[in-house]
Design a protein around this ligand. Structure first.
Ligand SMILES: C[S@@+](CC[C@H](N)C(=O)[O-])C[C@H]1O[C@@H](n2cnc3c(N)ncnc32)[C@H](O)[C@@H]1O
Length: 397
């Protein structure tokens, strides 16, 4: 095989997980960025391994009918690494993600499902949290694909207008290595967290962001997790509540609860005779959840590691009617998935930001007697390869 920097003429095959498509060269797989299935391109090798290589397109010889001009001048080969699919029509991006979700479910969970990726209606200007890197001249920017370099930018096409109004890109950030901007769009609250090269942090703006979902206010620290697309919280709550159908009097476990987003709406559904236990590991997020859920005397917020909480709950022989889990990208992992089944819930709602991790966990759930009765997917990270899935599981009869 050729070496890094070499140019190859490639015929592009199917999409793969991670914002790339698959091609073959001299019998080896090449993952190619900035292309689309069916295209013929010239690509430059940027990484050569023993079993595969990576390449970025430098010339499109035969374009896909779904190719469009990117909205952002930095979403080009060698440019910003943030957006993977700006060169594709938005509806086609969702088809690509749908293919990836279906392929992961088949390969890793043995499930044959067609999962349409549902749109949010806002494909640009959506990101309410943006993490900028800072270069040695104090300019804010982003990392190119698979690089630690910093590409300074003047604007970001997927950042929410309220983030752009903070003008992070127009200012200089001397002695900083990262700048994180966050906005609460319904209230105008905003914060800018500057991390200096020596690791110290400085907060500019509001100490608490205020988010509003379905008329309910959530207060959170700038460091607490929150869904980054303004439409995401409402869509995910709808998918979870309609999927697990919480009823008055039921006991619900909300794992990886963050600032208490799902717990609040689950608590509303189970009413004054029900109970919700919200488990969150981050100290600040757990404190935010306690404030956000204070009106419910049926909710208990536990600051704990999920694995430790589940092990202790299994030892105590605890039961929950419903378990909701929204883990980080790595997913639940087999021990946590098995322990959730040991609680013998009648329904599990699993929110996943990586379809591969979801599929691996669904295989474990299946072995333990829980099957996915539905899998939905939402395009809450448009222009990127990321996609959010919600799986609803029930025990085998
Ligand atoms: C994807 S976020 C979900 C938050 C919340 N469900 C929401 O939608 O706003 C995952 C959350 O899990 C927490 N977390 C990560 N690992 C954890 C662990 N091992 N135990 C408990 N919480 C954890 C993080 O702090 C984060 O708040």
């Amino acid at each position: 095989m050729s070496a890094v920097g070499d140019r190859l003429e490639l015929t592009i095959g199917p999409v793969a997980h991670g914002g790339v498509c698959v091609a073959r060269h001299q019998g080896r797989v090449v993952f190619v960025r900035h292309t689309l299935p069916g295209e013929r391109v010239v690509a430059r090798l940027i990484d050569v391994r023993s079993r595969f290589a990576r390449a970025d397109v430098i010339d499109v010889l035969d374009p896909s009918p779904h190719r469009v001009a990117p909205a952002c001048p930095y979403a080009i080969p060698g440019g910003c690494g943030g957006c993977d699919w700006q060169h594709a029509e938005a509806a086609y991006q969702r088809q690509l993600k749908s293919t990836v979700v279906g392929e992961q479910l088949t390969r890793l969970a043995g499930l044959q499902r067609e999962v349409a990726v549902e749109p949010t209606g806002t494909d640009l200007g959506w990101r309410t949290r943006v993490q900028f890197a800072v270069d040695d001249q104090g300019r804010a920017g982003f990392h190119p694909w698979r690089s630690h370099a910093v590409l300074p930018v003047e604007r970001c096409a997927i950042a929410h207008p309220a983030v752009e109004a903070l003008d992070i890109e127009g200012r200089r950030w001397p002695a900083a290595r990262a700048v994180e901007a966050a906005v609460g769009v319904a209230t105008g609250s905003h914060s800018v967290l500057v991390t200096r090269s020596d690791g110290r942090r400085r907060l500019i703006g509001d100490r608490r962001l205020i988010e509003v979902v379905r008329g309910r206010r959530f207060r959170l620290r700038p460091t607490t997790f929150w869904q980054v697309h303004p439409a995401a919280a409402d869509l995910l709550i709808g998918a979870i509540v309609s999927g697990v159908t919480p009823a008055p009097g039921e006991r619900v476990l909300d794992l990886y609860a963050g600032a208490g987003l799902f717990a609040a709406f689950l608590a509303e559904s189970v009413g004054s005779s029900g109970r919700v236990v919200a488990v969150e590991g981050d100290r600040g997020a757990a404190a935010d959840a306690s404030v956000n859920l204070a009106e419910f005397d049926t909710v208990e917020v536990r600051r704990a590691d999920v694995a430790e909480f589940l092990a202790a709950a299994a030892d105590r022989g605890e039961r929950f009617d419903i378990v909701v889990a929204d883990p980080p990208r790595t997913g639940l992992g087999p021990p946590n998935a098995r322990r959730i089944c040991a609680l013998r819930p009648r329904a599990i709602g699993y929110v996943a930001c990586d379809p591969a991790a979801l599929a691996r966990d669904l295989a474990v759930f299946s072995e333990a007697g829980y099957q996915a009765v539905s899998v939905r997917a939402f395009d809450i990270f448009p222009q990127t390869h990321h996609v959010e899935c919600v799986a609803i599981l029930r025990p085998e009869p």
